[in-house]
Design a protein around this ligand. Structure first.
Ligand SMILES: Cc1cc2nc3c(=O)[nH]c(=O)nc-3n(C[C@H](O)[C@H](O)[C@H](O)COP(=O)(O)OP(=O)(O)OC[C@H]3O[C@@H](n4cnc5c(N)ncnc54)[C@H](O)[C@@H]3O)c2cc1C
Length: 472
């Protein structure tokens, strides 16, 4: 009795995202629930939640459910991409095991619900590192592959390039191994496929060495940044991570931060960011920068100089294991922190940045910072966001949760999407669904190819979510 109650409790907590479920938890299934995401905007009311522990559990869940099926990982996407109204939600967070690790061949296979931070625990003792991932380590591998994420890695582009193979459970319940050699159409559509092809149950990835990295900071005028990036970053074989920050209110200068390989001893002894820290100071600083009248000055004069002082030397795994908890506000009831991202050809860097700054100022958008990254063309994903060499602009901003505030954000978001389109670029799909149908069609002209591949593998269109319901 006691054991049974504990199991049920663990299942409920796992479904609510409060714990990683224990291994014995098998295909926990619960009736209707509200599936939230990190922003608390766009919750989705689903009819059933299943928490599978194995590929067989996923097959059974898909076969036993007659209607629409959506998949969730860490739930950091922000516009209902993990749920479909009245459908089945498959919560992958309990499928987090290591399948195998080949330290000599530098490759790994994991269950898709594993988070990067868990994988780093397996890799770090072997001096190995994830090849391409986001700036934070809380995301699941399956969610990252399904969004085709990228990070600050120089020359890497999206994660798809480091994905060797996937195991996918199709809407029929069939299980397929997909790679560049086996079912390549399925593989290419599943990279950045937002759960529309099936449930990814295992992912095989190429890995890199975990080396020490030294940070260098340079302040660069907007017009000089593309040249700076080409000469000092892309051409530097030792550069591993790079981004440039643009700060409000004018966003008129790039603060370029580059991490290069070094033989110097580390100045930060921890190999990984410790789990479960409180981050009270980080959160207070973010609050002050967005709430106090002199917030911009505080950021320019105090916070940034303090954060970027000196030349720290850290392990790559340390810099890659940042915890998104450091960004989490005390409450998301009245206001919430959200992301957006745009991808624009490199030649348009300064012109796009100026246009973007103008729109943000005009609308009084509360942007905390913009992080610029670079990506080469993506040869893999059908729904590629880098169809040529691009820079990307990641906007981190605060907004109210009231209907008026949401309408206002919709206005400037659509203006920014238009601006990106005018410059031959596109926008990123894991965020709020403010784009019009016409903007989506212009931003992703390859959507018809994606539709055709999806129809071949999921003829009844069961694998879906609120993103695909709206745009596909
Ligand atoms: C603080 C913060 C920082 C971020 N930084 C970056 C960044 O640096 N770079 C970047 O590219 N993005 C970034 N993002 C966006 C983030 O990478 C995506 O939202 C990503 O999807 C999060 O992974 P997840 O596990 O939470 O996926 P979820 O949000 O749970 O899912 C995302 C999509 O993948 C699908 N999916 C999930 N698991 C599976 C599966 N096993 N099989 C099939 N489909 C699946 C879901 O249906 C959904 O459509 C950031 C987001 C936040 C909140």
């Amino acid at each position: 009795m006691k054991g049974l109650r504990r199991r049920e409790l663990l299942g409920a907590l796992a479904a609510a995202g409060l714990v990683g479920a224990a291994a014995p938890l098998r295909a926990h299934s619960a009736p209707g629930a509200l599936i939230e995401n990190v922003t608390r905007l766009y919750p989705v009311r689903v009819s059933r939640v299943v928490v599978p522990g194995s590929v067989q559990d996923v097959v059974q869940a898909v076969q036993n459910w007659p209607g629409a099926v959506a998949v969730g990982g860490g739930r950091y996407s922000m516009g209902g991409q993990v749920g479909v109204e009245g459908g089945l939600h498959i919560d992958m967070r309990s499928m987090k095991g290591l399948v195998w690790l080949d330290t000599t061949g530098r490759k790994v296979r994991v269950q898709a619900g594993m988070r990067w931070r868990d994988l780093q625990d397996h890799l770090d003792p072997h001096d190995l590192a994830v090849r391409t991932m986001q700036s934070y380590s809380n995301f699941t591998v399956g969610g990252s592959v399904s969004v085709n994420v990228h990070g600050r890695y120089v020359g890497h582009g999206p994660i798809g390039a480091s994905v060797r193979a996937l195991q996918i459970v199709l809407a029929s319940g069939g299980v397929r191994e997909a790679s560049r050699q086996q079912h390549p159409d399925l593989f290419r559509a599943a990279l950045g496929g937002y759960g529309g092809l099936g449930v990814i149950t295992e992912v095989e990835l190429d890995l890199d060495a975990n080396t020490a990295l030294e940070r260098a900071v340079a302040h660069v005028a907007l017009d000089d940044y593309p040249g700076f990036f080409a000469a000092k970053v892309a051409a530097n074989a030792q550069a591993v991570m790079h981004n440039a920050d643009l700060l409000p209110p004018s966003f008129d200068r790039a603060t370029a931060v580059t991490w290069t390989r070094t033989d110097k001893p580390v100045t930060v002894p921890e190999r990984l960011v410790p789990r479960g820290q409180r981050y009270d100071l980080d959160k207070s600083v973010i609050w002050a920068m967005t709430e106090l009248p002199g917030g911009h000055q505080l950021q320019h004069k105090v916070v940034r100089p303090a954060l970027l002082r000196g030349h720290p030397v850290v392990w790559r795994n340390h810099e890659a294991s940042l915890d998104a908890a450091s960004l989490e506000p005390a409450s998301r009831a009245q206001s919430t922190y959200v992301l957006q991202e745009y991808f624009v050809p490199v030649a348009r860097f300064a012109a796009f940045t100026r246009g973007l700054a103008h729109i943000l100022q005009q609308h009084g958008a509360q942007v905390l910072n913009i992080s610029v990254r670079h990506a080469p063309p993506d040869p893999d994903a059908v729904m590629a966001w880098a169809r040529e060499e691009v820079f990307s602009w990641v906007l981190y901003y605060k907004q109210g949760t009231s209907p008026e505030a949401r309408t206002a954000v919709g206005l400037w978001t659509r203006a920014l999407i238009d601006l990106a389109l005018q410059h031959g670029g596109t926008y990123y799909l894991p965020y709020q669904r403010h784009a019009t149908q016409a903007q989506f069609a212009a931003a992703y002209p390859q959507a018809d190819r994606f539709r055709a591949t999806k129809a071949a593998w999921d003829p009844e269109g069961r694998m879906t979510n609120m993103l695909w319901k709206q745009y596909l």
